[in-house]
Design a protein around this ligand. Structure first.
Ligand SMILES: [Cu+2]
Length: 503
């Protein structure tokens, strides 16, 4: 929620669309990078096998986030976001990944139930894609819905590496039976660029509901922080950004999303940030949330604002019943004025895009849960406490799960699971940060959130609020090493990670 640039207003409403026609089709990202086609080495299959279903080429590329504002980052296929990969439930795919960089890469299939051989995490034993080399993989895409792919490299102090780069793309796995109850579909990828470090301490955010904090967690977290600061240690590093984009374009500098009155528009939204939590509102409209992280919710409900932790996805339908030209953007004024938004333009409407701030609204996952449901009892409960060691490693905060900071580069499991059993992770957050917690190769059910029982919401990332408790259940049904980590790059890189295995 921070940026580090001047307060200069970057917004210049150019009005007329550039390159009209790029956005004519449905199912589009709305923006095609002009470097994607012309200025990029051709990709050819280097194997004798059948041509792959998808080719991905990792390389440094220029991307134009606003007219004449061209940044350099590592991308997939020379574009940002990476190409939308459409797969079909039950139909195997082959993907050829070419690494044109000087470093080994890992490409993670986030949210998919795949093997450790293809998942894309060195800690699980997935083979690297060596520098200037290629790896070809095959797998059965599942489950259906909005998934994504991104690098799983550790970045550490290198703000050009890992998810600070442009290595993010959406995957849509078409279900066998798609009700298709919408007129138009947009995929939106939210992403910041040009990161830098600060030591201010991040802003506390209080948008989560229930807001119940655990006194003991608060006392231990606050006293650890006070003790560190009393010794003269500054706050650990945080990351801020200069530019904010949706589908690789700063607000006002890309093609608008063109809609017609009366349409039902399905938005598939992906928070592709390395570190940030994002919000999104469209003035005069509400979002009917139908899926979280690609999984249909038991109780679709309408909300005025969406909140997405790092790596979370939301699929939501909007009834286009409020004609005009609108800014769909982040609630944070600073972030929006530095690009975090996109224009929604009704057919026949002209003028400067307008925005009205929404009324205060709290984000509650349980709103979309089965109101009458109760979760199955687990076979075993695993308690976990998350702690922060302020600025403990060369100025970086170190994070620990049950007092253990993960040693990067190892494949040593801490938790041993038995196949077929249902496990409950009882997470206690003894820090004031919100952590978007991710489990690889499995989906989990939210069963308790800040003291409130819930059932039926299936996810693969969940935001655990500052000094709060959250419980999630999963079934051990995909054997092999399984990574569990905070998806905030700065947290996962400095200890906030652990491994499950199956015995
Ligand atoms: Cu975290």
């Amino acid at each position: 929620m921070k940026h580090l640039s001047s307060r200069r207003n970057f917004l210049t409403w150019t009005g007329a669309a550039i390159g009209a026609g790029l956005f004519a089709s449905q199912n589009s990202f709305g923006f095609t990078d002009r470097f994607a086609a012309g200025n990029f080495p051709p990709i050819s299959s280097q194997s004798d096998a059948e041509p792959a279903d998808h080719l991905l080429h990792i390389a440094a590329s220029p991307i134009e986030i606003a007219p004449k504002r061209i940044i350099s980052t590592i991308t997939y296929n020379g574009q940002f976001p990476g190409p939308l990969l459409r797969m079909k439930e039950g139909r195997p795919v082959t993907v050829e990944i070419h690494n044109g960089t000087d470093s080994a890469e890992q490409l993670h299939w986030h949210g998919q139930k795949v093997s450790t051989e293809v998942d894309g995490a060195a800690e699980e034993g997935t083979p690297d894609i060596p520098a200037h080399s290629m790896r070809r993989i095959s797998f059965m895409p599942q489950p259906s819905g909005l998934r994504f792919y991104h690098t799983h490299n550790r970045a550490g102090a290198n703000l050009y590496a890992g998810q600070y780069s442009g290595q993010v793309g959406a995957v849509y796995i078409e279900p066998k039976n798609d009700p298709g109850n919408y007129d138009r579909e947009f995929f939106l990828v939210l992403k910041e660029f040009e990161p830098s470090f600060s030591q201010g301490g991040d802003m506390a955010q209080d948008f989560l509901s229930p807001a119940t904090k655990v006194k003991e967690l608060e006392e231990s977290g606050e006293s650890a922080m006070k003790a560190s600061l009393a010794k003269g240690v500054p706050h650990g590093y945080e990351v801020g950004y200069r530019y904010f984009t949706i589908n690789g374009r700063m607000l006002g500098h890309g093609e608008p999303l063109r809609v017609k009155q009366g349409e039902r528009v399905l938005f598939h939204i992906l928070n592709g940030s390395a570190t940030e939590i994002r919000s999104l509102a469209l003035p005069g409209h509400s979002f009917k949330v139908i899926a979280f992280d690609g999984n249909p919710v038991p109780h679709p409900a309408e909300v005025p604002v969406l909140w997405l932790g790092t790596a979370e996805r939301i699929s939501a339908v909007v009834e286009m019943n409020h004609p005009g030209v609108w800014v769909m953007g982040d609630l944070a004024d600073d972030d929006r004025s530095h690009g975090m938004g996109i224009v929604v333009e009704y057919a026949g409407q002209k003028g400067k895009p307008l925005r009205t701030p929404p009324k205060p609204f709290h984000w509650d996952y349980t709103r979309f849960a089965n109101p009458a449901g109760s979760a199955a009892a687990p076979d075993e409960t695993i308690p976990m406490t998350f702690t922060k060691r302020n600025a403990a490693e060369h100025g970086f905060n170190v994070w620990a799960i049950n007092d253990v900071a993960f040693a990067s580069g190892t494949m040593r499991p801490t938790y041993h699971l038995q196949q077929g059993k249902r496990y409950r992770l009882h997470m206690h957050n003894a820090s004031d940060d919100i952590h978007p917690i991710h489990l690889h190769r499995h989906s989990f059910e939210l069963t308790r959130l800040a003291g409130q029982s819930t059932a039926g919401v299936m996810k693969d990332v969940v935001m655990v609020g500052g000094y709060q408790e959250v419980e999630i259940d999963f079934t051990a049904d995909n054997p092999g090493l399984t990574l569990f980590h905070c998806h905030q790059q700065l947290h996962m890189d400095f200890g906030f990670m652990t491994l499950f295995d199956y015995i």
